[in-house]
Design a protein around this ligand. Structure first.
Ligand code: HPA
Length: 276
């Protein structure tokens, strides 16, 4: 049995007949959303074959299944980052496992630094596109059955789901921005010169995740919506030093707006989910 099937079976044994078709990946400091999931069951990474232990403060290592916005969802709290030493394929592994469980839509979130002057600390940014600057790709290696070898990345962040996010934000009177996310390997933050370079390349925000998961989702035909929580000005923008503590502090300030928005999105995106 392959690794994906093994992990999916381990989760399926706890599902009790539930059939989540929306997966939610929670970024640094955004794990609080897991507590908003109703009638939930929690599966520790320790109980899922192939899932490593989480090493980053502010991340909990668990898969949470339950109801959000009246919809069955499966959430990942404590994703696998490449800067922990994981290959891109492992960073994207949970997406493969969720797909094997029937997931056809993915909402991915992250904490990110603001490069664009249009972004302020505390903003929520709908991801319109990304720059893969991680020096890796989760699809590298032998072709896998059911995984497209050369997936199209036009509209990687689904225009229909972006529209749903915008209308959800409008309903909640939550200010949202939209922009391009640059994914870097980390774990050091960027230098001011690197941030200048990223601005020239067309990036609005920068972070250290998301790209592997989104590539894998597209290779599996999963529709993606992405959101960055702008936790800080990127290096050199204000001259202030960056810290993980600041990142976590900002996520705490926006957590309520973020959680309401994802809940509204879960409800509204249901009609766009492909039939299983
Ligand atoms: N750079 C990279 N990753 C980040 C940042 C940043 O400024 N903020 C939060 N994650």
């Amino acid at each position: 049995m392959n690794a994906t099937r093994k992990a999916a079976d381990a989760i399926a044994r706890s599902l009790d007949g539930r059939t989540p078709d929306l997966a939610i990946i929670l970024g640094s400091g955004l794990g609080g959303l897991a507590h908003k999931i109703e009638d939930s069951l929690l599966i520790s990474f320790r109980d899922i074959p192939g899932f490593p232990e989480v090493t980053v403060a502010g991340h909990e290592g668990a898969v949470i299944v339950g109801t959000l916005g009246g919809r069955e969802v499966i959430a990942l709290s404590g994703r696998f980052h490449m800067y922990e030493g994981h290959p891109a394929s492992l960073a994207a592994f949970p997406v493969q496992v969720f797909h094997a469980l029937g997931v056809r839509q993915l909402f991915v979130s992250n904490a990110a630094g603001a490069i664009s002057p249009k972004l302020a600390v505390g903003d929520l940014m709908i991801i319109s596109d990304h720059l893969n600057l991680m020096g890796a790709n989760p699809l590298i290696g032998p072709a896998q059955e059911g995984v497209v070898r050369f997936p199209d990345m036009t509209d990687a962040y689904d225009p229909g789901l972006r529209k749903v996010l915008r209308s959800a934000a409008e309903k909640l009177s939550t200010r949202v921005r939209e922009g391009v996310y640059a994914g870097l390997l980390g774990p050091s933050y960027e230098t001011p010169s690197e941030v200048k370079m990223l601005r020239l390349l067309g990036a609005d925000a920068v972070g250290m995740s998301t790209v592997p998961e989104v590539i894998m989702a597209r290779a599996l035909g999963i529709k993606v919506a992405g959101m960055s929580c702008i936790t800080n000005a990127a290096a050199g923008v204000t001259g202030a030093a960056l810290s993980h503590a600041e990142v976590l502090e900002t996520t705490q300030q926006v957590t309520q707006a973020f959680e309401s928005l994802v809940t509204e999105f879960a409800q509204r995106s249901r009609s766009q989910s492909p039939a299983r």
